[in-house]
Ligand binder design. Structure first.
Ligand SMILES: [Ca+2]
Length: 350
């Protein structure tokens, strides 16, 4: 009799393990994208919307590539094109925390979307302020939300400053921003961090483990003519838009001497989908906010420690090291072909 009970318990346990595993594979992960759309933002958003692993709950809009007003209009048009008015789209901050906005029509076209005129949006904006929406949703779904900020970090900094508890309540935060080997604005700074360094410093030190997909890795993950041809072979409202965006973005990159266009924001979505697409290393990251040449640099400590210097009379002496806890998983490299193939396969047929 005892034996039968043990056997039944084992069967029940196996069934539970099986059901839990099955559920975790089939239940899409809740995602919120904070965006300054933006050509590569558009590609990133549509990659997320076309990935069955994700349930995109919201887009929160931040000024960056375009101003806040144009950004909201672009975000609404993109979700409308994808027939996804179920995704909440909310306006957020109107300007960076501590400096003037720098827009990027030079790279993204006057309207930020390669000057393609999308139809008016069928979707309406959510009335909440973006950072408040973030806080509400993270509390509504504790430990379930993956945040993917792909613009300046203003909205995220406002949210986590207002409610620091969200840092322990998100499932994950994967940002496109920073670099550990040279910038794309100047010698050291990447645009999203450079456009609001104070916000970025708050976000990196909020108590969560930030996955940092930097511009240096984005620049080794290029969409080239080969992939553009594959995109152009499918037709439909979404895939035509994506192919036009990609062509504009690629033309602009080639005119500037690059062999392809950096998949900055889409790669951040890719890493949230499958971290195995990249190599990650834990490090401590701070953002320089004062340097004469280095404002906006992500200063990454690869030793995991700072030298400990102690004053002895008129001079300091090294007395070992102070351990520095990592606050980021920094992306070192990517499997570009695998990512581009994933991107194309998700977008084709749309
Ligand atoms: Ca962006």
């Amino acid at each position: 009799m005892k034996h039968i009970h043990i056997t039944s318990a084992r069967i029940l346990f196996s069934l539970l393990v099986f059901l839990t595993a099955a559920l975790s594979q089939t239940t899409p992960r809740r995602v919120i994208i904070d965006t300054d759309p933006g050509t590569d933002d558009a590609l990133a958003i549509l990659l997320a919307l076309n990935s069955p692993e994700f349930k995109v709950e919201a887009l929160t809009v931040v000024p960056g590539n375009v101003d806040a007003h144009q950004g909201l209009e672009n975000a609404l048009k993109i979700v409308s094109l994808a027939n996804r008015c179920d995704v909440a789209v909310a306006a957020g901050a109107q300007h960076p925390l501590n400096q003037k906005l720098i827009t990027a029509a030079f790279w993204h076209g006057k309207n930020g979307l390669a000057d393609i005129e999308l139809p008016h949006s069928k979707c309406k904006p959510d009335s909440r302020f973006g950072p408040d929406l973030l806080i509400e949703m993270i509390h509504k779904y504790p430990h379930e939300i993956t945040l993917i900020p792909v613009g300046p970090l203003t909205n995220i900094a406002l949210a986590v400053s207002k409610d620091p508890s969200i840092a322990t309540l998100v499932k994950d935060i994967v940002i496109m921003g920073g670099s550990i080997s040279g910038g794309n604005v100047n010698a050291v700074a990447e645009a999203n961090i450079y456009n609001d360094p104070e916000a970025a410093q708050i976000v990196f030190n909020a108590g969560w483990m930030v996955t940092m997909v930097g511009s240096d890795v984005g620049e080794r993950t290029l969409i080239t003519r080969k992939y553009l041809t594959q995109l152009q072979s499918s037709h439909g409202p979404e895939s035509d838009f994506i192919a036009k965006i990609a062509e504009f973005y690629l033309d602009r990159a080639e005119k500037s001497g690059y062999s392809g266009a950096a998949m900055y924001d889409p790669l951040a979505v890719g890493v949230a989908l499958d971290p195995a697409l990249v190599t990650l290393k834990e490090m401590h990251v701070d953002v320089e906010t004062k340097g004469e040449f280095t404002r906006g640099e992500t200063v990454t400590n690869r030793m995991g420690a700072n030298e400990k210097n102690v004053l002895h009379g008129d001079h300091y002496e090294i007395e070992g090291y102070d351990y520095l806890a990592p606050n980021a998983r920094v992306c070192l490299d990517s499997n570009a072909d695998r990512f581009l193939n994933l991107f194309i396969s998700r977008i084709k047929g749309k």
